[in-house]
Design a protein around this ligand. Sequence first.
Ligand SMILES: NC(=O)c1ccc[n+]([C@@H]2O[C@H](COP(=O)([O-])OP(=O)(O)OC[C@H]3O[C@@H](n4cnc5c(N)ncnc54)[C@H](OP(=O)(O)O)[C@@H]3O)[C@@H](O)[C@H]2O)c1
Length: 311
Amino acid sequence: MDTLRIGKTPIEVSVMGLGTGPWGNTSTWGFGDGYAEEDVKKAFKVSLDAGITLFDTAEVYGDGVAETILGEVLREYGAGRKLIVATKFMPGEGRQSRKDILEALVSSLRRLGLNTIDLYQIHYPLPPSPVDTWAEALKEAIDRGLTGAVGVSNFDEVEMRRMHEALTRHGVPLASNQVRYNVLFREIETNGVMAACRELGVTVIAWGPMAQGLLTGKYGPENPPRLARRERYKDILGRVPGVVAEMERVGRAHGGKTPAQVALNWVMAKGAIPIPGAKTAAQALDNTGALGWKMTCQEVARLDEASTGSA
Ligand SMILES: NC(=O)c1ccc[n+]([C@@H]2O[C@H](COP(=O)([O-])OP(=O)(O)OC[C@H]3O[C@@H](n4cnc5c(N)ncnc54)[C@H](OP(=O)(O)O)[C@@H]3O)[C@@H](O)[C@H]2O)c1
């Protein structure tokens, strides 16, 4: 398994991770209806066996359920292995102080059953976005050994530069910015985030690398996803079949790779780390087929063109 370092930290991760967003979440993903705890645990095991070492979660996923399940599988299967655990703090009204962040981190650690994690991220730059306070709290979290590195998520270029500066004043590198990025949603290529990440040495971690399932080939205008995704994506479902058709062509040229595998390979070709969510062992196994091959520059360009052309 190829690895890379997160930002300017010494932390090495597999070039693809595993996201735990669907673990315990009912409103978007329907946890308990078609898949359950045993399934996501098997998804973890399959990913681990394939060499994946980066596991992304958050305090809000399933209201703590995802962290709890991740803690269980880490104990069950991860003993003796260097696995990288990333979780997130969700700021909110009345939840912005240094103390709030540190208490939230301690609660996450308790659910995970760990003394320390590798990457602690501010989930959203929610107003009033007290960047200096966040930076102080994150520095303290590192000093207390609660996390190895710190990152942000869903920060635009300006917010990310402010956070980078604030952390730099404390001598702490901003390791990563976790943002939506996939063949259909390429806004970070034009809104300055990707360029700033490159300039500052901040790793892009791509959430929704399969556009929350749209790029797996099973959804389209005639077959929309259920629950929250139905409303969320109703305006772009018409674009999906054309893009997936081009992804299938790329997949055929590489021995029959699936659209999901092509979607994830494209993210890696762009220099970002995809963290696909998986509900089942079968999905996790399919996703590991994104590893060990590289699409050509021409194929990347063709997918870019298919995505732009479909706008
Ligand atoms: N920082 C943030 O704000 C933020 C936001 C969202 C997510 N995240 C993180 O990023 C991770 C990835 O994003 P995501 O989970 O939202 O979206 P995603 O990885 O693009 O899509 C995951 C969904 O696609 C479907 N799927 C996965 N593998 C498949 C396969 N091989 N074949 C067919 N369908 C497959 C499953 O849903 P169905 O089977 O129901 O279609 C699965 O839940 C999350 O798990 C979470 O860790 C972060």
